[in-house]
Design a protein around this ligand. Structure first.
Ligand code: G3H
Ligand code: ZN
Length: 292
C-alpha cells in the first residue's frame, strides 16, 4: 500500500522499532527496496534525494515509477514515497507530483526562516495527507551536494520546530552522512534524550525522531537511539557501497566480459542482490520486519 509515513512511523515509535528510509537511484534500485520490504514484511520509505529526482527525470517520473512498481510487484506492505532533504520548491513540487511524504530541509537557513517555510510546507502537505519531516541542528558530512555542519540541535529549536505541526523530526546529534571518521565521538545519546522529552512535551504525544546518516552507525548505537525515540533511520551510502562493490567484483572476475556479459540485466544483477542483502540486514537491526 502506498501511504504517508505518519502511521507507520508512529507505530514504530510506540512499539520501539524504526522504519528504514532507503534511498533509490533508478529502476533496479527501487525494485530491490520494494522486494526487500515485501520479503521482510517491513513498512518502508522509498527515499529520493533532490539529486536522484533530477537524475531519474523529475518528480512525476519518480512518483509514477514507485507507484507502478508497487502495483506491478503486488506489494502489500505500507510504502511511502518520500522526498529526502528537499528544498522548499522541491517539497512543493513533490507534494504536487504525488509523493506521500516530504522532508523539507531548511537546516542551512536562519532558524526563523526554516520554521516559517516548514509551516508553509506542513499546511500544503497536510491538506493532501502527506507527511512532513523537518530538520533542526544539522547532519554532518555531505550527501548528494547537501553539506551539513554537524551542529547539535538546540532544544529551543526542537520545541519551535515541533510546534509547526511536523510529523517527524530530524535532529543533529553527532550523526554524519557518508562514512564516519575513525575519531567519531558517537551519537550524543544524552542530547537525544533531552530532544525526545522536549519534542514529546510540545507535540502532546510521542514525537518520532529521525536518525540520518544511518550507514556505518554500530548496531548497538542504533538500538540505543531507538529506545530513546528514533523511529526512522535513513540509509543511503551502505547500499551504494554494496552495489558498487558487487558489480566491481563481478566485472573484474569475469574473463569473458566483452564476449558475453555486456547485457546490463546480467552485470547489474549482482549489485541489485547486494543492495537487497544490505537492506535486509538493516531491517533486521531496526526491527521493522513483520510489522506490516
Ligand atoms: O538522508 C539520507 C541519509 O541520511 C543517508 O545517510 O548515506 O550516511 O546512510 P548515509
Ligand atoms: Zn540525510
Amino acid at each position: 500500500t502506498i501511504e504517508a509515513g505518519t502511521k507507520m512511523i508512529q507505530n514504530a515509535r510506540q512499539k520501539q522499532y524504526a522504519i528504514g528510509a532507503f534511498n533509490t537511484n533508478n529502476l533496479e534500485w527501487t525494485q530491490a527496496i520494494l522486494r526487500t520490504a515485501q520479503a521482510e514484511q517491513a513498512p518502508t520509505l522509498v527515499a529520493v534525494s533532490m539529486g536522484a529526482v533530477k537524475y531519474m527525470g523529475g518528480f512525476k517520473v519518480v512518483a509514477n515509477l514507485i507507484r507502478n512498481l508497487h502495483d506491478a510487484m503486488s506489494i502489500t506492505v505500507p510504502i511511502a514515497i518520500h522526498l529526502d532533504h528537499g528544498t522548499f520548491e522541491g517539497a512543493k513540487a513533490a507534494i504536487e507530483a504525488g509523493f506521500t511524504s516530504v522532508m523539507f530541509d531548511g537546516s542551512d537557513l536562519p532558524v526563523e526562516e526554516n520554521l516559517t517555510k516548514t509551516r508553509e510546507i506542513v499546511a500544503l502537505a497536510h491538506e493532501k495527507g502527506v507527511s512532513v519531516e523537518a530538520e533542526v541542528g544539522s547532519i554532518g558530512g555531505e550527501e548528494d551536494g547537501v553539506i551539513g555542519a554537524g551542529e547539535i540541535a538546540p532544544i529551543e529549536d526542537v520545541r519551535a520546530m515541533v510546534a509547526t505541526g511536523i510529523d517527524f523530526l530530524a535532529a543533529g546529534i553527532g550523526n554524519i552522512h557518508g562514512a564516519y571518521p575513525d575519531n567519531w565521538q558517537g551519537l550524543n545519546l544524552e542530547h537525544l534524550k533531552d530532544i525526545a522529552v522536549a519534542a514529546n512535551e510540545v507535540a502532546g504525544h510521542e514525537m518520532p525522531i529521525v536518525l540520518h546518516g544511518g550507514s556505518g552507525i554500530p548496531d548497538d548505537h542504533i538500538n540505543a537511539a531507538i529506545k530513546l525515540g528514533v523511529a526512522k533511520v535513513n540509509v543511503n551510502t551502505e547500499a551504494q557501497l554494496a552495489f558498487h562493490q558487487a558489480i566491481r567484483d563481478y566485472v573484474l572476475s569475469d574473463q569473458d566480459l566483452i564476449g558475453k556479459n555486456y547485457d546490463p540485466r546480467k552485470f547489474l544483477a549482482p549489485g541489485v542482490a547486494a543492495i537487497e542483502s544490505a537492506l535486509d540486514e538493516r531491517i533486521k537491526v531496526f526491527g521493522s520486519g513483520h510489522q506490516a
